[in-house]
Design a protein around this ligand. Sequence first.
Ligand SMILES: Nc1ncnc2c1ncn2[C@@H]1O[C@H](COP(=O)(O)OP(=O)(O)OP(=O)(O)O)[C@@H](O)[C@H]1O
Length: 590
Amino acid sequence: PPPPPPPLPPPLGVCRLLSSVMSGTESHTDREEDYRFLHSMLMEKKLHLLFKIHERLKRFEKRSPIPVQEHAASLASDLAEELMYQGWRDEVKELVALFSKPHFKGLLSVHDAVAQRDFEPTLPPVPDDVLEEDEDSVKIVSLVKTKEPLRRTCGSVFRVYFQHSEGLIHEGDELKEVNGISLEHRKPKEILPLLACSQGDITFKIIPASSKEEMSSNKKKLFVRALFDYDPNEDPTVPCKDATVSFKRGDVLQIVSMEDDTWWQACHLADSSNRAGLIPSQQLHERRVALQRPKALFKPQRVKPPGLSIPFPAGLRRSFRLGRKSSRAREAARSRRWSAGVHGSLRPPTYIEVIPYRRDSKDRQRLVVLVGPSGVGVNELKRRLLISDPDRYGVTVPHTTREKRRQENEGMDYHFVSIHMFEEDILNHRFIEYGRFRGHYYGTSLDSVHRVMAEGKVCILDVHPSKIKHVYTSEFKPYVVFVKPPRIEELRLTRRRAKFISDEEDTNPVRIFSEEDFEDMIELAETMENHYGHLFDKVIVNGDVALAFRELKAELEKTEEAEVQWIPAEWIRTSPTAARRSFSHLTGWI
Ligand SMILES: Nc1ncnc2c1ncn2[C@@H]1O[C@H](COP(=O)(O)OP(=O)(O)OP(=O)(O)O)[C@@H](O)[C@H]1O
């Protein structure tokens, strides 16, 4: 018997959804005309075709196709020419007729333009003589015409550039040159024809009015630390790739203009050429993240909240937090997290205003805060740091209300205090973090941090990220390191023999990691990054512990030795007026 026909592909996602919406809607619609209206709208053939195209494109997008060749149009015309001499079989005739159709030619030309990325404008090089001039006082503005192949959007980049030129050219600016032609001693009526006859790109050399003002008023420069990676090559919406600045999380940028709502202009501090380019504005990045967020909402997964609501015992191994929660508590945490996400109470990290800090030899060392999901290895890294250089690093001594054990020493293992004293200290906000465990209080006080810092040591503090706010001041100048778990495959490999302490009552408190512990660790890390990522100065992935430790140590030493460290401006700002300066909206979310 002939083989059965191959199964039909399943109906396309959105189209199938639309059909099922209609079949389920009838019973919920009171009015016949409403139903008909909805039916005609959702069953509209054009709408379905659009969705089909959309889905097909989406599928291709995932495959990230690369063009096989960039000159399809000339290949087709060469082929048509060859075929002329190949005799006139029906198939050949059909192919030649197809090649000569204007739509087909148009399609191939668009294909080639896309394959050659011919639609992106290229910026002309900066004129040589600018390099010799004072760059602060001369500005080069290029209006670049697009080569975009689609007629409908032809000139869009040009328009964008005119639009951006609103932020680049100002009243009072002095025009020095147009396309290399000096405008000195020329009257305005002589300049206009020069502009009118320019073909293609126009380059202005300008002395900005503001630079004169700035010099006289000594206006403060604005610096930000980027809290996300930006690669213009991955950004399809960027108006002109040549005019952008790429950056990595943690880079310090000087903001040159924030006049455009979508694209700010900034330059890298580390870049010696100091040339400004476009970067996504805070608003643009927030909007993008908001658009991506719904994806996360549909993830069917187990989720833990940012920081457990149950206070945990500071000063004890944080491993007690792993596996502590009952399944009911997990459920509650999950729904809390969802509602926080749905209601959009989180603002994604974008930029944070920073100022330079030059540490004086008399200044205390900055506090180092290590954070990370329970079990990731924060204690392990802290332990290694202490052993590596006990004179340089120190840790706090926690307070507790439990009885002192025989082998313990007051002020070395714990500060043993009464319940009354402990509660009084809670009321007086003396604790960075505290909790109750098996009926006893444990806590880490601000004073204990002061004590370590007063010894001239770098105090290593290990707290939940929600507690960073208690030390997020110019007094402590915390340097926050987030210890992140690697991918689950690497966790399985590296933690095969690792043990941690769990307080699950019915199991052995010291046990090896389970698959669930790894999943919890990764999810908690993701939640922590989403909620507190803007506070992290450095992210260290703890896969191989020796490598992670080396990276951490090198990073701390580099920061300590750096001539200039960049700290959040809000630590130093004291007057509310100063805080309300133009950039105040950036500090709102801290
Ligand atoms: N990269 C690593 N590779 C293998 N084992 C590791 C690694 N990092 C940490 N460990 C081990 O994992 C266990 C848990 O680490 P650690 O106690 O430092 O975690 P933690 O983040 O402080 O967690 P908790 O807050 O629950 O105490 C320890 O046995 C530690 O030695």
